[in-house]
Write a protein that binds this ligand. Sequence first.
Ligand code: SAM
Length: 244
Amino acid sequence: MDDEDGYFGERVAATYDGSTGVFAPGAVEPAVDVLAELAGGGRALELGIGTGRIALPLARRGVPVHGIDLSRAMVARMRAKPGGEEIGVTIGDFATARVDGTFSVAYLVFNTIMNLTTQEAQVACFGNVAAHLEPGGCFVIEVRVPELRRLPPGQNVLPWRVSPEEWVFYTYDTATQAMRGNYVSFANGGGEYSTIPFRYVWPAELDLMAQLAGMRLRERYGGWKREPFTSESTHHVSVWEKSA
Ligand SMILES: C[S@@+](CC[C@H](N)C(=O)[O-])C[C@H]1O[C@@H](n2cnc3c(N)ncnc32)[C@H](O)[C@@H]1O
């Protein structure tokens, strides 16, 4: 781990764009549609803005966006893109970092709430967001439903992607909700291993965190196209509203 940039140092930042399905054609627009609608002419705060995958197209829709991120390397990649210099960024931990002004929407996408590896930090994140939202403002999270049902019986290791180019597998500690991503990429006859710690979190647990922060669930979808959220959903897009 790069101490300054967390788990998203220069090596990750250099290959981040295009690395997974969230960069597939058509994957970003539905998210931007939902967020632009919730912004409703106000400002948007992105927690974990990264390389600007969502922030840049949202800003192009006319929504003023500010970001928080720990990683200067990731933010530098956004800065190098058209429009990237115009987006304000605060370097810091999104569970605690404060930004001037208030926002009509805050959002934390692509499972990034799980980068906070304790329940305490996840609760603090909701409190921090609530402090930045206008009354009636919304907090949006996109995150996986913990996939414990997919674990082989009696096992705590879930193979995720296995190909000649890479192996990705996740490990789960159901006692603590600690989870770990394990990534092996192969090139030139050798393999390179990296790992990231996560904390998986249940939808109902997120609702309670929101309640503690003075927000209530407004909508929960199975995806950015507002698909129904069901017991078979693999992830959810949840919208909590701060009390007016
Ligand atoms: C998976 S990337 C997502 C980036 C972007 N939101 C996207 O959807 O492409 C996670 C980002 O969150 C940042 N991050 C992770 N934990 C953080 C924390 N506690 N505080 C601030 N940034 C954090 C990382 O540096 C990284 O840029």
